[in-house]
Design a protein. Sequence first.
Length: 417
Amino acid sequence: MQTKNIFRQTRRRIVVTSLEIVIGVLIIFAIVTSSIFDRNLYRSIDQQLLTHKNMTINDIKVILKEDQVTEVIMPVPLAQNLISFVWEQDVLIKGSPHPYVGSNPYPQFPAGSQDKIVTLKDDGHTYRGITFSTQDLRVELLLNVDTEVMKAKELRLALLMAGGIVIFIVLGLGYYLATITLKPLKRAYDKQVMFIQHASHEMRTPLAIMKGRLELLARHNNETIEAHFEELSQMMEELRGLEKLNSDLFLMSKEDVGGKLELSTFEVNTFLKGIYSFYEDYGELQEKKLHFTETGQPIQVYWDQIKVKRCVSILIENALKYTQAGDEIHLSVIPKSDKSLQIVVSDTGIGIKKEELPHIFERFYRSGEVRAAGIEGSGIGLSLLESLAYTMGIKLKVESIYEKGTTFKLDIPIKMK
């Protein structure tokens, strides 16, 4: 339950953080886009107002009679919807053919807006306008920008809707990506928990045996060592098992963080024959037949001799462990190409069930049947083999038929990198 909560909270934090970043980016994008749109929205309108202002100053005709303005002739406007008013002090001299729509009959320019383009809002309508003086007259020019304001509102609404859709998509995508990202971490975490459980389980039995034997020796402290030779032998055997387990775990941990190769050149037949000779005597003691098939001609390889030997030894030891008296074990080397060869270890032992094959490389994995049969082992050998194979670029293949035998194949490059 605690593990689920940890990953659930982590996933929630990833999603929330991603959402906060996206929302921040969307807000900045909306502000910048709106600012640029608003600035460009009125640019052409303002240009028309300034152009007509200059035309008015240069081309306006004022007709006087007895020093009184009787008529004002304005230049032809560039914009058909231009609204204009000409004032002499507070008296309207000439009005616009286009009406000014608002709560007031005439536009109310703010104080200090002379010769400046301003935005006027009146009764739900928006105008861009400029007021200036020429020939003792005050001229007001305006253009209705309701359409442009509506476009700006539509843009903001579109940005808001798009932002909502993006946030919804990011929420789902963030959850999905967080789940995908955390999946290997959770798998590694679960493996670590299982590793600790299995390691403690494997060590508990030998430690309990040694504890019991030591307590027995403590109660008979006056007796000689010879009298308890059997108990001491059992403790030494359990210590050797723990020592091997510790050595395998240490080597596997080194491979997991990136093992290094100590490469050298040697002849593969001679190398494998040395391994075969070592285990041949063990096979004879257990009444099992070992066979070795070498290549037809010598092959020089560039390998990490110690690690390859460990891989082959693991497979032969497993074959000896899971076979019975009278069974056979075959070690052979087969050239595959100029760049690789294959080492094969096969046996006629108990085999592996089809449903158990996907799990055999898991650390400490041992089938219930094997445990019930009392076959010694820690379940770490094939995991170590997989780690070593990965470091050396070896491809592992396994074939097995239950109660008929198992075959492991190592496809090894002749020259390791």
